[in-house]
Design a protein around this ligand. Structure first.
Ligand SMILES: [Mn+2]
Length: 253
């Protein structure tokens, strides 16, 4: 019974966001959604094992109209499956709409919509780059602070990697020199903040660099590494994957 009432309210959030231009959702409902989504993340592993067909989507960064366009082009869940590679919030103007819709879809269709953690799904980062300000602007200082904290408690439970059809390895940022065995990923305990070094940090922050060999300090970001094509080849051979898919950097189309 309780579950039905709750799902009705999630459906309500989804249809409001998809079909109304005005964003209306009480801070209490948003916090309840964050708690439900956090529990959904915790029921699934840190390394997701997914099957094709699935659409893989990179950084949304608060661009709500782009997110809607993705759904219009690819189809809507649950008829179409999605893996989002993180960086849902910050930079763009509508982080709240983006993350609320994605959380509602995740809660409503947990086996059709998957979210990975990006480096912006981190309290210290999204305090600085827009999300915190947007929460306070829309909900006022007190309520805004509370929903921002609630979102970040859920972010601390996001998975950090996915494998599609045992072949395609997906992360937000990049590979890690610390990864020796694939089961190290599932051993990372949640909830967790993003550490300043190690596997989780590299998955969320690292960048590939076509001109180098091996690993070097990532001077652009002041955290994690850049890695050469040889690191990708070694990784694929070692773990038996065929492709690495990542986001984290804009590419000209
Ligand atoms: Mn990023």
């Amino acid at each position: 019974m309780l579950k039905n009432i709750y799902m009705t309210s999630v459906d309500d959030i989804i249809s409001k966001l998809l079909f109304n231009s005005r964003f209306v959702c009480t801070s209490r409902k948003i916090r309840a959604l964050c708690t439900a989504t956090k529990l959904t993340f915790m029921k699934q592993p840190m390394l997701l094992r997914l099957q094709a067909p699935i659409n893989v989507v990179g950084d949304i960064h608060g661009q709500f109209s782009d997110l809607l366009r993705v759904f219009e082009l690819a189809g809507f869940p649950p008829d179409t499956n999605f893996l989002f590679l993180g960086d849902f919030v910050d930079r763009g103007p509508q982080s709240l709409q983006v993350i609320t819709l994605l959380f509602a879809l995740k809660t409503r269709y947990p086996e059709n919509v998957y979210l990975l953690r990006g480096n912006h799904e981190s309290l210290s980062v999204n305090h600085r780059y827009g999300f915190y300000g947007e929460c306070k602007l829309r909900y006022g200082n007190h309520r805004g602070h509370r929903i921002w904290k609630a979102f970040n408690r859920a972010f601390d439970c996001l998975p950090i990697a996915a494998v599609i059809d045992n072949n395609i390895f997906c992360i937000h940022g990049g590979l890690s020199p610390r990864l020796r065995r694939i089961d190290q990923i599932d051993k990372i305990k949640r909830p967790t903040r993003v550490p300043k070094s190690g596997i989780m940090c590299d998955f969320l922050w690292a960048d590939p660099c076509p001109d180098i060999q091996g690993w070097r300090k990532n001077e652009h970001r002041n955290v994690s590494y850049e890695f050469g094509p040889d690191c990708v080849i070694d990784f694929l051979n070692k773990f038996g994957f065929r492709l690495v898919v990542r986001a984290h950097q804009a590419v000209d189309s």
